[in-house]
Design a protein around this ligand. Sequence first.
Ligand code: NAP
Length: 285
Amino acid sequence: MGTDTAAADDTTYRLNDGTSLPAIGFGTYPLKGDDGVRAMVSALQAGYRLLDSAVNYGNEEEVGEALRRSGVPRDEVAVATKIPGRFHAKTLALQSLRDSASRLRVEQVDVALIHWPNPSQDLYPQAWQALVEAQRDGLVRSIGVSNFTEAHLHRIIDETDVTPAVNQIELHPYFPQAQMRGINEGLGIRTQAWSPMGKRQAPFEEPPVADAAAAHGVTPGQVILRWHVQLGSLPLPKSATPERQRQNLDVFGFELSETEMGAIAGLAREDGRLFGGDPDTHEEM
Ligand SMILES: NC(=O)c1ccc[n+]([C@@H]2O[C@H](COP(=O)([O-])OP(=O)(O)OC[C@H]3O[C@@H](n4cnc5c(N)ncnc54)[C@H](OP(=O)(O)O)[C@@H]3O)[C@@H](O)[C@H]2O)c1
C-alpha cells in the first residue's frame, strides 16, 4: 500500500502504541437521536469497527447506545472521541474524558484526540498531558490529536516524549495533504482523514474519479476511499444510507494504478479546504 509499510495488512493498521485500528472507520457527525442510533447500528452491522465521535458532536450517548443495540461485542469496536477547545486546561481535559466515558457507557475510551489545537488559547500542551496521564491510568487506550500542524506536533512531543498515535486531518482529493501526511508518517503517526469524500463538494463527477469508477466497475465513492487506503490514510466516511455504508467498506477487491492515483491527486486545489479550517487560525471551542 503506497509507501507506508505500517499497514499490517490491507484492512488493519498497527499504531505506534502497539494497538490496531481498522483501515476504514465510520464518521458519526451529525448523526443524533434515534435516527442517528439506527444509522450507527446499521454501520456496525455492515462491519465498521471504528466509530469516530466527539464531545462537540453531541452524540456520544447515541454512539454508546448503538454499540449496545448492535450486539457486536464491545472489545471488537474502537470508539473514538475528542476533547473540545473549552476543556484544554489539564483538569478540565481529564474531566472531559471521564464524562465522555460515562456518556458512551464504556470503561475505557479506545481512542481520544484533541479536537483542534486552538493555538491562541495555548493550552493544547495541557490537554496532551491530560491524555498522557489518562492513558497511563487506563481511562484511554490510544491517544492522539486532530488538526495538528508540524509545529503543534513537535511541541507536545518535545514536552512529554510521547508521540500521538494518530493525527486526524482534513484530507480528500481537493486537499490531499501530501506534506502533512509525510510529516505524520515521518513521526510514526497514523493519518486519519476527515471529510474523506469531500463532504458536499465530493468530486464524484470529476473525470479521474468517474473514469476509474467505470474502469473498475465500482462507484465514485469507492474510488475515493480506495485512493485513501492506497495512500495509507485511514478514512472516516459518514453515511446515513445503509447501501452506501456497505459500499464504503467494500474497497479491498480492486487496486488503482499509479496513473489513476496520480490523476486523483491532481484534483488538488491551492486551498482545497472545505471551510477554511486552517489549524493555525481556525479555532473551535
Ligand atoms: N476532526 C475534525 O475536525 C473533523 C471535522 C469534520 C469531520 N470529522 C469526522 O469525519 C467524518 C466524515 O466527514 P464528513 O461527514 O464531513 O464528510 P464525508 O464523509 O466526506 O461525506 C459525507 C457525505 O457524503 C455522503 N456519502 C457518503 N458515502 C457516499 C457514497 N458512497 N456515495 C455518495 N455519497 C456518499 C453522505 O451522504 P448520506 O449520509 O446521505 O449517505 C454525506 O452527505 C465526520 O462524520 C466526523 O466523524 C472530523
